[in-house]
Design a protein around this ligand. Structure first.
Ligand SMILES: [Zn+2]
Length: 559
């Protein structure tokens, strides 16, 4: 997803003793509280399919009736209880394989007793009937037209507030939705539309079938009185669901969508799902990448600041182009290949951020791409001043805190550096192999490394140690001296960051009065020396002229 633009990190500093006390307090808390994050594990059972049937009331203010069938496979011997994640909705009944079952509720948990112990490989079907107003996950609010709406918005683990499930990205499953809503409303959910029929009493029942396993945070329905626009012309059915107020602008506003699907299909693999719906609705994010049913914040088409920079290609604010490409890229990375753990979140967010950059490189210009990556670097550097954690962060307990420039901007830069190091051919071949091995499943950072090592023949252990499991970025200082007598240029490259040396090769461009040449420095430890015979003294020395490394750099003339 894309975070809404906020100024959360822009709070003013307060000086003095108070901040020292706070720093000490945080340091204490960090030592005592920030032990390793506990993630919800798939350790006794895993869901394979959800059959969700929901009836909403006329004002879309409550779930009048819901039935969710959870098909699950037991993954352990002698299991007596299926521990579902479930919020506070009122439960009307719980059945296991069509027989009433005993259950126990705890905060955010529904423990269902099996009628007899189950063993590894056994399949069970649990049917839960419930109703009420979800406290989160299914947002019941007015849309931009002021009409009632219901919109799923689940990241990171809020779907259990309206669907009993195992609320962790690794617990992927297929899902069917049957939604009954007022006849005036449109309904869209994940997967293929299976049809709709009218009922007595002014309601319509809609059916959707997502045949690909998707992460629970991507399971959504959207119900509102908006307009559906068809943007045909693709192999993938593409449509837009927008409030009436956005009807005239939506075709233009979403015009990067079809080119994005085309580009990512070409770079990676065919589009993973049955259809693609772009929806303007209620989400707490700028955009949320629900599989085949992306929801963009309801203000996406509202005019932004006067000086908003515009896309030369599409004639819309770059902000919209960026978020549309980002969320569409997630359909491959995040939705189809899902992060195995929250520590691997960059495999979703870093990829979506980089692929939005690749979209600019293809459809706007090389300059647009370069400045996109430059801005990404600046955002990351700013963030690093406040928090120095690895991308692969297994400590941070608040999952929302993982929506940070480590996972987005630095993640994108990790991919950019890998692409520069491997070359386009091996890089994209490796990404395709990674995608094809893990599509409709999950992947770890190690899986990505393995795929890229195989496609390139390189050992990327040190690279991943530094960039994914380590913190910081290189701060290079290149000092040089020239001897007129020996015609030798002496270069000393130092790495000044507190972390160990980064292994990146570094291109250095040396210009003299008779032309320029590029050499590649291969760091050995934190200080690397190189001598170079040249005809005359350098006029300028430029580190990493193509900006292929996430770094700060200074060139100084020695005495
Ligand atoms: Zn994202």
């Amino acid at each position: 997803m894309r975070d809404l633009p906020t100024s959360r990190h822009g709070q003013a500093r307060r000086g003095g003793l108070r901040s020292l006390v706070i720093i000490l307090l945080y340091a204490f808390l960090a030592l005592t509280v920030e032990a390793q994050r506990r993630e919800r594990l798939v350790d006794t059972w895993k869901p394979t399919h959800f059959n969700v049937n929901i009836s909403l009331d006329n004002q879309l203010s409550t779930i009048e009736r819901a039935t969710t069938e959870v098909r699950a496979t037991v993954v352990k011997q002698n299991v007596n209880t299926i521990d579902l994640d479930f919020g506070e909705l009122t439960i009307d009944s719980v059945n296991v394989d069509d027989v009433p079952a005993r259950f126990e509720r705890k905060p955010n948990r529904l423990n269902v007793q099996l009628n007899r112990p189950a063993n590894k490989g056994d399949e069970v079907e649990i049917t839960i009937k419930y109703h009420g107003i979800p406290r989160d996950g299914l947002i019941l609010t007015k849309d931009r037209d002021g009409k009632p709406s219901a919109t799923g918005d689940n990241w990171p683990d809020r779907v259990h507030n309206w669907i009993p499930c195992l609320d962790h990205p690794s617990a992927k499953a297929t899902v069917t939705f049957t939604v009954t809503a007022p006849v005036r409303d449109l309904v869209v959910a994940n997967g293929a539309v299976e049809g709709s029929h009218g009922n007595f009493g002014g309601t319509t029942t809609w059916s959707f079938n997502e045949r690909r396993p998707i992460p629970p945070y991507c399971m959504v329905i959207v119900v509102n009185e908006g307009t559906k626009l068809d943007a045909s012309g693709l192999l993938t059915p593409l449509s837009y669901y927008v409030p009436r107020i956005d009807r005239d602008y939506a075709m233009k506003g979403f015009s990067p969508a079809a080119p994005a699907v085309a580009l990512f299909s070409q770079l990676v693999a065919p589009y993973p799902y049955e259809k693609l719906a772009l929806i303007v609705g209620a989400t707490r994010f700028g955009g949320m990448e629900n599989s085949s049913a992306i929801v963009f914040g309801s203000n996406i088409f509202e005019p932004g600041k006067a000086q908003e920079s515009m896309s030369a290609r599409f004639g819309i604010p770059e902000r919209i182009e960026n978020v549309v490409a980002h969320e569409i890229a997630h359909q491959w990375f995040g939705d189809s290949v899902t992060e195995s753990t929250w520590s691997d979140l960059w495999l979703s967010e870093g990829f979506a951020t980089y692929f939005a950059g690749l979209f600019l490189q293809r459809y706007e210009s090389e300059d647009a791409f370069r400045s996109y990556m430059k801005r990404a670097a600046e955002r990351y550097f700013k963030y690093e001043e406040t928090r120095r954690t690895p991308i692969h962060d297994s400590d941070t307990a608040d999952l929302f805190q993982l929506l940070n420039p480590n996972n987005y901007e630095k993640g994108a830069w990790v991919l950019h550096m890998l692409r520069s190091r491997l070359g386009d051919d091996a890089f994209f071949r490796g990404l395709r192999a990674y995608y094809n091995s893990h599509r409709d499943a999950t992947a770890t950072s190690g899986d990505l490394r393995a795929a890229l090592e195989k496609s390139s023949g390189l050992n990327l252990k040190e690279f991943f140690e530094s960039w994914v499991y380590g913190t910081g970025h290189p701060r290079y200082e290149l000092s040089w001296t020239w001897s007129n007598e020996t015609k030798m240029l002496n270069l000393v490259l130092r790495q000044l960051q507190p972390e160990p040396a980064f292994p990146n090769f570094l291109t250095v461009e040396i210009s003299t009065s008779s032309g320029s040449q590029q050499i590649v420095l291969k760091p050995v430890g934190k200080e690397t020396r190189q001598k170079l015979r040249m005809n005359g003294p350098p006029t300028t020395i430029n580190i990493d002229p193509a900006n292929q490394v996430l770094k700060e750099a200074a060139v100084i003339k020695g005495i």
